[in-house]
Design a protein. Structure first.
Length: 133
C-alpha cells in the first residue's frame, strides 16, 4: 500500500486518482481564498475567482509534478503549456461563474464549487494529453 503512494503512477487511472486528490486539496485552497475574499474583503466574485484560481493552480502544479505526472518536456516548455491550459481553465471558471451567478441567480460560492467540478476534467485532460503524455 505504501508503494502506491510513493511510486510514480503507471496507469492513466492511477494518475487520475492522484490528480483527483491533488485537485481536491487545490480546490479547497482555491475555494477558501475565494470565499474569504468575497465574504470578508467584499471583493467582486470574478476578481476573487481569479486570485483563488491562481493560488490553487500553483499549489496543484507543484504537487502534480512530483506526485502525479512525469515531465516529458523541458521545465520552461512545461510551465508555458501548463500556463496556457490554466488560462483556459480560468476562462471556463469565469464563464461558468458569470452564467450561474448573473443568469441562474446561484450563490457565488456554490457557483464556484460547480465550476471547480467541471473545470477539473478540462485541466486533467489537457495536462494528461498535451503536457505529460
Amino acid at each position: 500500500m505504501f508503494k502506491i503512494l510513493i511510486q510514480r503512477p503507471t496507469t492513466a487511472h492511477m494518475q487520475f486518482m492522484r490528480y483527483f486528490l491533488v485537485g481536491g486539496t487545490s480546490a479547497v485552497v482555491d475555494l477558501a481564498i475565494f470565499t474569504y475574499l468575497v465574504h470578508y474583503w467584499d471583493m467582486q466574485y470574478l476578481l476573487a475567482a481569479f486570485f483563488g484560481y491562481m493560488v490553487g493552480l500553483a499549489w496543484n502544479h507543484i504537487i502534480s509534478i512530483y506526485w502525479v505526472f512525469e515531465s516529458k518536456h523541458s521545465r520552461w516548455k512545461e510551465v508555458m503549456m501548463v500556463f496556457l491550459i490554466a488560462l483556459g481553465g480560468l476562462l471556463w471558471t469565469e464563464l461558468i461563474l458569470y452564467v450561474l451567478v448573473e443568469f441562474a441567480h446561484v450563490d457565488a460560492v456554490f457557483a464556484k464549487i460547480v465550476s471547480q467540478g467541471l473545470v477539473l476534467f478540462w485541466n486533467f485532460g489537457m495536462r494528461k494529453f498535451y503536457v505529460f503524455h
